[in-house]
Design a protein around this ligand. Structure first.
Ligand code: SF4
Length: 366
């Protein structure tokens, strides 16, 4: 089934508009390297990001969120679909036109250590994109580097150091400074804090939130932890096995999730309470994206799956304040009770309507 169009606010056009994006990685075997299958990393995704907005893309490892981000930035080439940036078809751009557009879309990578050249001093690493894109005369580049280092909370003296002389948090700040060096309008932050110590994560998330507001950036924030996105994101898109299964305003998705997978993700957020018992913990590993289940891809793990779920693929349709791809999303009780998971103070998770659709009933039977 093709992805459903995401409704847009009538009064403004999105800065980034993704439609039906597909990226499959071939699986090759044997001496002749014949293709025997494909990993369906991204399988028909629609997504919009408006100017100045932060959209969080969340999901387990292997859900396709990083591949989606990389396909948008043209770090991998999509197989099908369209990516429009400011009305221009990004996937059709080549050569100088693509390089020009790349200035406006920058990526902050997950691992700040491997994203920096160990032989380049920090000043050189930050100056490089300015020089490559001819954004300032040589005489002004050092001043611009100092300005960028200050912007991300580093001393300009850091310019003389090498990456190994910096902490993980400082290296990620350098990664952010590099991304900002070209004056982008959209930043794709690909799990920018997951390689950092827990104590540093909040600092980097706060820095990104501050920069996003101050510079009016649009941001696609990729994370596997829903608790992280609460302070940063305006909207949340939840991905499962290459598809967006829920999309909506951040506060709504966190307080009143409509898709059982989102409920399970929220319930898996650790709570510092020994008495807390999560209700909807996901069973088993995600199925292989090389052979996604029929019908609803979530049905082998869904605690409320019914026979129809194994045959009919649900479309992403309006439910509540957002969109959800679940045949039974509309049957969730509106007055969900908070289970004690981290983050939102009220109205989080509760049972579905009807005696045979209670999460606890299903989970106890497993
Ligand atoms: Fe669960 Fe069925 Fe909804 Fe999929 S469509 S999430 S299997 S209830």
């Amino acid at each position: 089934m093709s992805a459903q169009p995401v409704p847009l606010p009538a009064d403004r056009a999105p800065l980034l508009s993704v439609r039906g994006l597909v990226k499959h990685f071939p699986i090759r075997r044997g001496a002749l390297q014949r293709q025997v299958g494909a990993v369906r990393a991204v399988d028909g995704v629609d997504l919009d990001v408006f100017a100045g907005e932060c959209v969080a893309l969340v999901g387990e490892s292997g859900s396709g969120k990083t591949t989606l981000g990389r396909s948008i930035a043209r770090l991998v080439e999509a197989d099908a679909g369209t990516v429009a940036f400011d009305g221009e078809d990004l996937l059709a751009l080549r050569g100088a036109a693509l390089r020009r557009k790349r200035r406006e879309i920058q990526v902050v990578f997950q691992d700040p250590w491997s994203s920096l050249n160990p032989r380049l001093r920090i000043g050189e690493a930050v100056r490089e994109p300015i020089a490559v894109h001819h954004l300032a005369p040589r005489a002004e580049q050092a001043g611009r580097v100092a300005e960028l280092l200050r912007l991300v909370g580093l001393s300009p003296e850091m310019a003389a150091r090498y990456p190994h002389e910096l902490s993980g948090g400082q290296r990620q700040r350098v990664g952010i400074a590099r991304a900002l060096a070209t004056g982008p309008r959209l930043v794709i932050a690909d799990e920018p804090v997951s390689a950092l110590d827990v104590s540093i994560r909040a600092q980097i998330v706060n820095l990104l939130a501050e920069l996003q507001a101050r510079l009016g950036l649009a941001m696609l924030f990729i994370a596997h932890d829903l608790a992280l996105v609460e302070q940063l994101a305006d909207r949340v898109a939840v991905m499962y096995l290459g598809k967006v299964v829920e999309l909506g305003p951040c506060s709504e998705v966190l307080a009143r999730p409509q898709h059982p997978y989102t409920v399970s993700l929220l319930e898996s957020v650790p709570v510092p309470d020994p008495g807390h018992r999560p209700r909807a913990v996901l069973a088993g590993e995600p199925p292989s994206p090389a052979a996604p289940p029929s019908g609803c891809r979530f049905h082998p793990r869904c605690p409320i799956a019914r026979p129809r779920c194994a045959t009919d693929e649900p479309a992403l349709l309006p439910v509540g304040a957002g969109l959800a791809a679940c045949h039974y999303a509309g049957e969730l009780k509106p007055e969900w009770k908070h289970s004690g998971a981290a983050g939102v103070e009220s109205g989080r998770i509760g049972p579905l309507a009807g005696p045979d659709t209670d999460y606890r009933t299903h989970l106890e039977g497993r």
